[in-house]
Design a protein. Sequence first.
Length: 223
Amino acid sequence: AHAPDLKGLSLVVSAGPTREYLDPVRFISNPSSGKMGYAVAIEAQARGAAVTLVSGPVNLPNPAGIKLVKVESALEMHAAVLEAAQDAQIVVMTAAVADYRAATPKTEKEAKTAGEVSVHLTPNPDILAALGREKGGRVLIGFAMETHAGVERAALKAQRKNADFILLNYPTQQGTSFGGDDNQITLVRPNGSFEEWPRLSKREVAARLLNEALQVYMQHSTA
Ligand code: C5P
């Protein structure tokens, strides 16, 4: 049984990939499974929080007792997260938001030709950074996947996006991150201080993440 230590708090969690359609039947996406975000949502709900889960397309069951908002594109996720965050105290961005979308998606499926084609991409809004610009008293948490210089890059991201901390993971470790059930995390703060966690299940990562988030929230509210 869980202590209801998040009772009275509203959380928004984003999860999964986004899909950026090039035409009605083709899209750009990534292999995010959504498992990390769903674990955070389920753990938070079990500890008494009111949870809105904004999810891209994933193959996971709808969690009981959680408000689920399904989206596809980064623009849809941006709108849904910003709206849900209005009355949230904690926002956890685990989603693997596509960095770019088609500048002008085709409204009809194009016939294939023999020659090369090119696609013009335009940047998507950074949802976490948008929340960081109007932070209010909210606790903002991001994830980052890096192949090198992880701590420095994650600390710069936390600064730039005005996040309280970022959970850094690497795409290369067996059984962790994309699609796996475990995760190997380094918690990185904007000032560059960091903490290495052991390899844990995503549910255990979620529990630690929420412990940290609650601590930051209590520091904010007593400051
Ligand atoms: O900059 P990068 O994509 O590595 O940052 C990762 C963090 O920022 C994640 O928490 C991710 O959910 C969030 N993000 C976002 N909007 C984007 C891109 C990333 O909120 N367009």
